[in-house]
Design a protein. Structure first.
Length: 481
């Protein structure tokens, strides 16, 4: 007889593993099915290993600029790509093991294999089929094997994989996805990055700091197209200064492959074509949900543009079936997956006061140099919604801590509803803004107004003081500029 659970979760990424732990905390009998690696893309091939690479880039940058801080470093400082990649992979492995430990601690069963829905409340776990693009990790000990399993509630948390443009498909050798970009065997001399979203620009930043000749091609009119235009333009100026070549309103229309290089045909807005030759190319044109081979069609599960359609609590159109994380649509971010997981489980458990997901309050962070972080509406979006707004700005050049750190290139921009004073957007660029943004996220979650923020005391000296000054500036009261 099939083993029965309260909840079965397909996929152990940030969506799946958080759902499993929350369900176990609430006394449910839980199993997670995983086919590749515990902890999903985030820990193995996404958020964490990229930040490890970027940390190496930061340290290299600091060492190269030691003189600015009155320090003399003897000898040459050069990156050892094998050691940098080994550090990043070691950290990914540690994260992977951490999720295994949490499952054991919370008595979550792991079923190893590929899950497919057979009928409502039932899955068949079998061997891996296509499409699968990511390398497999170690199979944890004491896992359950292939077979049929049943549950009252089934949550799909199968994540996403790199999107490929027809004719420019990644081949893993000359045209990379994030998998190959994460573990180069040797450093290319030149690199073309197609797409300047968070993934593309983080890799562009990493490789440029490592000394690689980097060209970024972006089809839209700004780098990091979802960000506020002013913040994006500020960041671009810094990238330009670092020697990154950025082509906006341009698209790669064709790629010719050589023995050890590519030549990209880059079509500009005016119709001209620039041919750019580079050792390697990264295709970073987004991700698509892993919705194939899951048996969704058989159950009539609604999908839209490669993702499963859900309501604010993760429910699909099929009773007892839920979806969370990347497979349930944008923004494709780990913290969105985790929050959706908690909402979904608490709703299943019938807890009171479960709030549906509010996508406006999901922060976005990009760990390039300089970092970019935001939450809420951009100025353009607020205006497009017909809202009357007040906008405040404050530059890092007027902040003592930023100057002391040698990190004076940055700014904070805040957007308020003119009528109510409610904070409706915050956009930051500069050092450590990915840590600062959470202050504004909490403020927005509490529906804070400019008055509340002005009454809040910010510690001195910190870069966070630029946040308060930006609020003051929106009301013509900035004190340090
Ligand atoms: C290079 C890169 C950098 C990133 N950086 C950040 C960042 O800084 N911050 C951030 O918030 N987000 C970042 N992301 C995005 C983040 O990784 C994802 O949003 C997050 O991993 C989504 O979690 P998930 O649980 O939905 O899916 P995933 O993490 O993709 O996990 C899904 C799991 O499901 C398994 N699976 C799929 N199909 C089946 C099946 N049929 N049976 C069994 N198992 C299956 C997969 O093997 C996988 O382990 C980054 C992504 C990339 C690629």
């Amino acid at each position: 007889m099939a083993q029965n659970y309260d909840v079965i979760i397909i996929g152990s990424g940030p969506g799946g593993y958080i759902a499993a732990i929350r369900a176990a905390q609430l006394g449910m009998k839980v199993a997670v099915v995983e086919r590749e690696h515990l902890a999903g893309i985030c820990s193995n091939w996404g958020c964490i290993p990229t930040k490890a690479l970027l940390r190496s880039a930061d340290v290299l940058h600091s060492a190269q600029h030691a003189k600015n801080y009155g320090l003399t470093l003897e000898g040459t400082i050069s990156p050892d790509i094998k050691a940098i990649v080994a550090r990043s992979r070691g950290i990914a492995e540690r994260m992977n093991g951490g999720v295994g430990f949490l499952f054991k601690k919370n008595k979550v069963d792991i079923i190893w294999g590929e899950a497919k829905l057979t009928k409502p409340g039932e899955i068949l776990v079998g061997p891996i089929t296509k499409p699968i693009v990511q390398p497999q990790g170690p199979i944890p000990k004491n896992t359950l094997g292939e077979g049929t399993y049943t549950a009252k509630h089934i949550i799909i948390a199968t994540g996403a994989r790199p999107r490929a443009l027809p004719g420019i498909e990644p081949d893993g050798k000359l045209i990379w996805t994030y998998f190959e970009a994460m573990k180069p065997e040797q450093m290319p001399k030149s690199l073309l990055v197609m797409g300047s979203g968070a993934i593309g620009i983080e890799f562009a930043s990493f490789y440029r700091t490592m000394g690689v000749d980097v060209t970024v091609v972006e089809v839209l009119g700004q780098v990091m197209p979802v960000e506020d235009a002013e913040i994006s333009a500020f960041a671009k100026k810094q990238f330009d200064k670092q020697g990154m070549k950025i082509l906006l309103e341009a698209k790669v229309s064709k790629v010719e492959k050589g023995a050890d290089s590519i030549t990209a045909h880059v079509e500009k807005k005016d119709g001209t074509i620039e041919k750019i030759t580079a050792d390697r190319m990264i295709s970073a044109v987004g991700v698509v949900g892993n919705i194939e081979n899951l048996g969704l069609e058989g159950l009539g599960v609604k999908t839209d543009r490669g993702c499963i359609v859900i309501d604010g609590y993760g429910k699909t159109n099929v009773p007892g079936l839920y979806a969370i994380g990347d497979v349930a649509g944008p923004p494709m971010l780990a913290h969105k997956a985790e929050h959706e997981a908690v909402i979904c489980i608490e709703k299943i458990a019938g807890l009171p006061n479960v709030h549906p997901m509010d996508k406006l309050k999901i922060p976005g962070c990009t760990y390039c140099n300089p970092q970019v972080a935001s939450v809420g509406l951009t100025e353009a979006k607020a205006k497009a919604e017909g809202r009357e707004i007040r906008v405040g700005r404050f530059p890092f050049v007027a902040n003592g801590k930023a100057i002391a750190l040698g990190e004076d290139q940055g700014m904070v921009k805040t957007i308020f509803d003119k009528k109510t004073g409610e904070l409706i957007g915050a956009h930051l660029v500069g050092a450590e803004v990915t840590e600062l943004i959470q202050g504004f996220v909490v403020a927005m979650n509490l529906e804070t107004t400019e008055e509340d923020l002005m009454h809040t005391i910010f510690p001195h000296p910190t870069i966070s003081e630029t946040m308060k000054e930006s609020v003051l500036d929106a009301y013509g009261r900035a004190l340090n500029a």
